[in-house]
Design a protein around this ligand. Structure first.
Ligand SMILES: [Zn+2]
Length: 285
């Protein structure tokens, strides 16, 4: 079987520094995946996989510029269909049914890219805002879709506390230098009972175990690779209650004959070892 990596910026030398584990603060690591030009280490205490030493925040943010827009535009329709499907599976329609009639409709999509999902949520009655640090993608969302999109990182936007009813972060948290700080900031800006939905690759999934360093999500742009366990721990530790976990994708398209892929995809979804996961959590209190 073949493995196709997802889109990534080329591995280039960047200024980096060694950091303690973002989940447990541990400082003991073992090499987990040796990829071309970089490695993932795994914290020996909590098992969170991370690129460490880690490139500095400025270098990381400089990665997502012009070429990223071309990638996002080329895949926009596929990504939107996937996001719609996974939100539906996570019970997003129930949130809409409860929240929208109560006037709780303020939604933030962090890492909103060209804003395709925000546009479709706006059509369903949400008051939407987005964050996208890739300037060409953010400009596209503002100019073509007339969306309110900010190009600073979440913390730099300094939203007032309890501003949003729902925060979405799809394929975003694995790119961040400090995911713990990010989760705490989402907690602060959510209203009580508000929802935080994170989608990210699942390192405990079947494909990750099979392909190891050739896994399509073991790429230079992913500073962290979470499992359902490590991501749940990060959320619970910072005040969230986990309401639902879904995983999907047993095998990547083109890696196996269709009937075999169908069987694996169904099994992965049922048993929770899918390639990508969505964790739906709620801010308690
Ligand atoms: Zn750790």
């Amino acid at each position: 079987m073949k493995s196709h990596k997802t889109w990534s910026t080329p591995v280039v030398p960047e200024e980096s520094r060694s950091i303690p584990c973002a989940l447990c603060g541990g400082e003991a690591f073992e090499v987990y995946l040796s990829c071309e030009g970089f490695s993932y280490l795994r914290c020996t205490a909590c098992h969170l996989a991370q690129i460490n030493p880690q490139p500095l925040k400025g270098a990381v943010e400089a990665r997502y510029q012009q070429e990223y827009l071309a990638y996002e535009l080329a895949n926009e329709r596929n990504f939107l269909a996937l996001q719609d499907r996974s939100l539906k599976d996570a019970g997003f329609t129930d949130i809409e049914t409860r929240f929208l009639p109560q006037g709780r409709s303020s939604l933030l999509d962090v890492g909103c890219a060209t804003g395709a999902l925000l546009e479709s949520l706006r059509n369903r009655g949400w008051k939407v805002r987005g964050i996208e640090i890739g300037l060409p993608s953010a400009d596209y969302a503002r100019q073509v879709r007339n969306l309110e999109v900010y190009s600073l990182s979440l913390a730099e936007n300094r939203f007032p506390a309890e501003t949003f009813d729902v925060v979405l972060a799809s394929h975003l948290i694995e790119h961040l230098n400090d995911p713990a700080n990010f989760v705490r900031e989402v907690y602060r800006i959510l209203r009580s009972g508000g929802y935080f939905l994170i989608t990210t690759p699942n390192i405990a999934g079947f494909q990750a175990r099979l392909f190891k360093s050739r896994w399509r999500s073991a790429i230079f742009d992913h500073l962290y690779l979470f499992s359902v366990k490590t991501l749940s721990q990060l959320l619970v530790k910072n005040g969230f209650r986990i309401e639902k976990v879904i995983t999907w994708g047993g095998l990547a398209a083109g890696t196996a004959p269709k009937p075999i892929k169908w069987i694996f995809d169904r099994a992965a979804k049922r048993l929770g070892f899918g390639d990508v996961m969505l964790i739906k959590s709620v801010k308690t209190l």
